[in-house]
Structure formats: structure tokens, C-alpha cells
Design a protein around this ligand. Sequence first.
Ligand code: PLP
Length: 433
Amino acid sequence: MTDRNQTLFERAQRVIPGGVNSPVRAFRAVGGTPRFIARAQGPYMWDAEGQRYIDYIGSWGPMILGHGHPAVLEAVQKAALEGFSFGAPTEREIELAEAIIALVPSIEQVRLVSSGTEAGMSAIRLARGATGRSKIIKFEGCYHGHADALLVKAGSGLATFGHPTSAGVPAEVVQHTLVLEYNNLAQIEAAFAAHGADIACVMIEPIAGNMNFVRAQVPFVKRIHELCKQHGALFVFDEVMTGFRVALGSAQSVYAKAIPGFAPDISVFGKVIGGGMPLAAFGTTREIMKHLAPLGPVYQAGTLSGNPVATACGLATLKEIAKPGFYEALAAKTQSLVSGLTQAAQAAGIPFCGDSEGGMFGFFFFDSLPQHYNAVMATDKERFNRFFHGMLDRGVYLAPALYEAGFVSAAHTEADIAATVAAAAEAFADLSK
Ligand code: PLP
């Protein structure tokens, strides 16, 4: 019997590099044949063979309501009938900007764009333009999209700037990007001591979903906030993944509870605010935004920015997630998934730990939660890969790489969580054989 996924993968590889339009989809980290998805509904996806999966990727975060939510579908269908794209302002863009601002007190204005990459890249340009400085700090293991200046790994020592992680990025382009270890207070102190007057911004994933799930510790965020204020640098929260995913007020609301007076200077959003359509945003104060074109000299633009169908999808999604009790229910479900997985692993005698916030979760084949990139990469990859395939074979679709987060949607039921934990118990038992 031929597997249609395999047939499609071979056909795709002839015309699309590696057969995919974004590398992680190719299953290179875990091996095997990527599933070609034919359709999705609620918490499920079906592949080209008709096999059903409980979906814990949710398009890498956007599908917080699950697939095909009726209110979102209706809004998108209505908007599509009115026109796909105008290249002129629309009322819906104002509504979406107002909705985002209403939920995130640190923001007075937003600019809508089409991808998280674009939003992150624009936020850096704005930070540089507003401060008149060149240097930026990022943390190893945090992903902020694939803009040249952000595709950087740590140099050989703290005093050195980073090296490109991609061919095609000249060393000169990343010479102003300093890459530090996540959650390392001594390094951030030293970086500001050495370069404080030249640092335009510090960019961080507050809960790093690109390291599976690693929280920036509260004292770490607090200290970066203080150092930025002291040295006139801007603190950029990349909430493309965490935004409206971990809490209605995003990750910054979680840190604001723990750190009195805390707010990032610039926030970057994507994923959930588009509800599955190409839409992202960066937001900040009016004072900083006045540097952005057409008001100021920092250029930024986009043919499809604020697209009318995407904004309809985003607005309908935000309306649903703002309903009372939404995050409480989502967080409880996600917690029950992580604790179920942890108990099943323990029962099988497998070192395992997990964590979650709102509808975002992660787990590691390790005794304790890693605090930075090298620790994440030191967890048991071989076990993760076998577990991933064990779950996929049992109809559960987890992220196909040990450094990627997972997502639960409002459409997942307790029965879906229970079925997932039951599948995990079998997959863990196989691992310990
Ligand atoms: N920032 C973070 C934290 C992300 O997780 C991602 C993508 O996963 C991006 C930025 C880039 O977003 P996009 O893939 O929409 O360009």
C-alpha cells in the first residue's frame, strides 16, 4: 500500500526545497515522513491518508480556539465577500489596534504587519531609530524570526559579538548583535557595563517557546528592566508566541504581577492576533512610535499589512478569548495535560518534567526544567524523538523537535487530554523496553 503522505512528500521535494515552506515541518529533527494535512476541525487534524490526530501544534500557536471556530469562520467569510485587500486604510484595522491596546496596557499604538519576522525586524529598527544606537542584545535559544540581524549565535566570549547562524548573513550584519545566555544575570550585567551607552534594545522571549518552554526568571526580567531604564535602552518583549496565549494580557501581564511597575517598552505580537491568518504587530508608546514612518524617519511598510480578511479573523479571535473564564479553563486543561504526562512518565520510570502557562506547555526528558539553551539541548533527544513517533503513531501530533513548545486550544476536551495521556502511557512504556 502506498502512503499518500510519502507520495506527496516526494512530489513536494521536486518543486519545493526540502518539500516544505518552513524547515521544521520537514521532520528533519525527528526523522520520518511529514504528514500532509488535508483538513482540520476543532482540536483535530486529518492527514492525506485520512488519519486523525489530536493537534498540539495549532499552527505553531495561532489556533487558540481550535480549528474552524464558527464565529471566526463567519467573520472571515463575511470579510472575504467584502474584498481581499485594498491597499488603503480600513475601519477594521482601527478596531483591531484598539482591541490589542485595550488588553495590553504598555501599548498606546500598534503597527500591523503580516508575520512575526516582519514585526520583530521592524521593532529592532524602531528601537535603533528611536535611541540612535546600533547594538542589540538577544539571548541564545530565543527565536525572533529570520531577519538577518537576529540569526545569530553566541560568540566565543562575552566580550565578542555573535556569529551568523545562517549562511547568507554577512558577519558585518550581525556585528552589532550581542548574544547572551538566557537567565544569566552576570552576563547581562557585564554586557551593560561594557556597552551600556551603545545598546538600543534588549529583545527577549519572556517564556521561550523556541527552547520548548523555558521561563525567564522574575529576577532576570526585573534586572534587565532596571538596566534598560538606567542606560536608556529599550526592553523589547517578543510575544509572538506568548501574546494572548499564556494570558489575556500576554506574558507581560504575568511579569507585571511579580514585578511592581513592570512594562516592556516595545511588544511584538503574531500568531494568536491573526487567528491563523498572516497577521502580526508591534506596539509601544506614542512617544516611541512617533519615530515611525509616516510620522518619523524610521521606515516600515507592507502591501498586505492590516489585510481586511486577516484583521477580521484576528478580531473575531480576540473577541472569543476575552470572554470571562476563557484562560482559567484553558490553563486548567493545559495543566492537566502536563501533570498527566508527568505522572505517566513517572509510572514508567522515565526522567521527565514539564511546565505550562495558559495554553502553552513544554516538557523535557530530564529531571528538572532547563534554564537556558545549552541545558535544553542536553536533554534526551533520542528519547524525545522516539516518544514523538510513538505519539504520532497513536494519533497525537506534538511539535516535531525537542526545542519547540506545545499548544492546547479551547476546543480540546477533557476526553482529548485523557486520550493523549493514555497514548503517552503506552509510548512511555515502549521507551523503557
Ligand atoms: N518570534 C517568536 C517568539 C516566534 O516564535 C516566531 C515564530 O515562531 C517568530 C518571532 C517569527 O514569526 P513568523 O514565523 O510569523 O515570522
